[in-house]
Design a protein around this ligand. Structure first.
Ligand SMILES: C[S@@+](CC[C@H](N)C(=O)[O-])C[C@H]1O[C@@H](n2cnc3c(N)ncnc32)[C@H](O)[C@@H]1O
Length: 280
């Protein structure tokens, strides 16, 4: 095993620490407990952006009577769905899932409490949210507590969408992504857009260590143009150790970014890419 590092994050692949062991648990406690010391915050950074873009997309008359669904890719335990559709903050979710009280509960008890917790905080403008993630237990939890309206575990890096996902794609008007830019490629986005039946916008937060260019090209092939403000970066999380930081600094520079004041100060940063149908 290479470099477990101070964050206790398991093996390191390509320089970035991996957290595979917390992605597919029966409930989100290990996820929040592990990521709290690393101050993982990209869903919090994305929350106002996703709310805004979801509202704009929902206001678009695309000739369909049903409101467009949001598809959160790499949705995990439904965190972006929670933040989009409920009056809750990521800080409250950290507090909830790392609290001593919460540690004493069984998964079934936690799920029952969560169902009530999110139902009480449901926003009137809530949109249907579908989740896609290869982590079956995680999406099952999100579905059970009412954060997701439908969940899919298709690995579109390896294969084609199932008939059930294909049917769901017909309803999708917005794709969101946080924390998944290192896991999925243009293959996943191409498969999703091939199945779209309504205009689909894509709003993605991707680490500056990863090139989004192949996805931008795949989206362009589906008639979407992408904008990004490279001067505006969003902190994602602390590095687990110096080795991860060195990797990130080199990777950011290789992609033409400047790590000064950002990765050099100890955190991964993401860019926000927004893709909408090309109206030219
Ligand atoms: C860092 S987590 C991000 C979770 C959540 N979006 C957030 O920001 O808190 C990355 C997620 O990507 C998922 N993932 C990895 N490979 C995937 C794939 N090929 N398709 C869909 N999800 C994948 C993992 O299971 C994991 O839940």
């Amino acid at each position: 095993m290479a470099g477990s590092g101070s964050g206790g994050t398991g093996r390191v692949a390509g320089g970035k620490s991996r957290f595979d062991d917390i992605y597919d648990r029966p409930d989100p406690r290990a996820y929040f407990t592990r990521l709290a010391p690393l101050e993982y915050e990209i869903p919090h950074q994305a929350q106002p952006v996703f709310r805004q873009v979801a509202a704009e997309r929902a206001a678009l008359d695309d000739g369909h009577s049903r409101r467009p669904a949001v598809l959160d890719v790499c949705c995990s335990y439904g965190i972006n769905a929670a933040l989009l559709n409920h009056d809750v903050t990521l800080a409250e979710m950290y507090e909830r899932y790392t609290s001593p009280d919460c540690q004493k509960m069984s998964t079934a008890e936690l799920a029952a409490r969560d169902k009530e917790f999110y139902a009480e905080r449901r926003r009137p403008d809530a949109l249907p949210v579908f989740g896609l993630d290869v982590a079956g237990l995680a999406v099952h939890y999100a579905l059970e507590v009412g954060l997701l309206d439908a969940a899919f575990t298709d690995d579109l890096e390896q294969g084609s969408p199932s008939p059930r996902l294909r049917r769901a794609l017909a309803e999708v008007g917005l794709i969101t992504l946080t924390g998944g830019g290192s896991y999925i490629t243009a293959r996943t986005l191409t498969a999703l857009l091939d199945g779209a039946r309504r205009p689909v916008w894509v709003s993605a937060f991707v680490l500056r260590t990863v090139s989004y260019h192949p996805i931008v090209q795949a989206l362009a092939a589906h008639g979407l143009s992408t904008t990004v403000d490279v001067a505006r970066t969003y902190p994602q999380r602390l590095f687990t150790d110096e080795r991860e930081q060195e990797y990130a600094i080199v990777a950011v520079r290789a992609l033409g970014g400047d790590p000064t004041g950002r990765e050099e100060n100890g955190r991964f940063h993401s860019l926000h890419y927004e893709s909408r149908p090309d109206t030219r």
